[in-house]
Write a protein that binds this ligand. Structure first.
Ligand SMILES: [Zn+2]
Length: 132
């Protein structure tokens, strides 16, 4: 059997065109189990990602209904809704962090809010440009 033929007959998705020899019942059963596993994974992974999205949406202040909507959207149409959610998420995250009254500590690089004399993270004294 040529190499491309063996590849086709080992295809776990079950789109096996019967080239060359017909598969025995044993390999057919194996294919069926593999096929079922693929289906289970194909449903389970979007389901888990949908759960993560819903929990993340709730943390970000979405209403339970909206979070559930995102969950359903991601579960049913992962390819469409997951990138969409991640784009929206990064946009809202960009809005929240460095903004008004937020500064970067020159010593540890973390963000802190308000004018403080010492960094709340590393404790280094911070020079304020417009102090006094
Ligand atoms: Zn610091």
């Amino acid at each position: 059997m040529a190499e491309w033929q063996t590849r086709w007959t080992q295809n776990p998705v079950g789109l096996t065109p019967r080239v060359g020899s017909t598969p025995t019942s044993g390999t057919k059963d194996k294919n069926l189990i593999l096929q079922r596993k693929m289906w289970a994974i194909g449903i389970l992974i979007p389901f888990l990602i949908g759960l993560w999205v819903a929990m993340d949406a709730r943390k970000r202040g979405y209403s339970p209904l909206k979070a559930f909507g995102w969950f359903l959207g991601v579960w049913l149409l992962l390819i469409v809704f997951l990138p969409l959610y991640l784009i929206l998420r990064s946009r809202s995250a960009g809005k929240a962090s460095p903004g008004k009254d937020t500064y970067v500590c020159p010593y540890c690089g973390r963000l802190y809010k308000g004018k403080v004399l010492f960094c709340p993270y590393c404790g280094q004294r911070l020079e304020q440009d417009d102090s006094l």
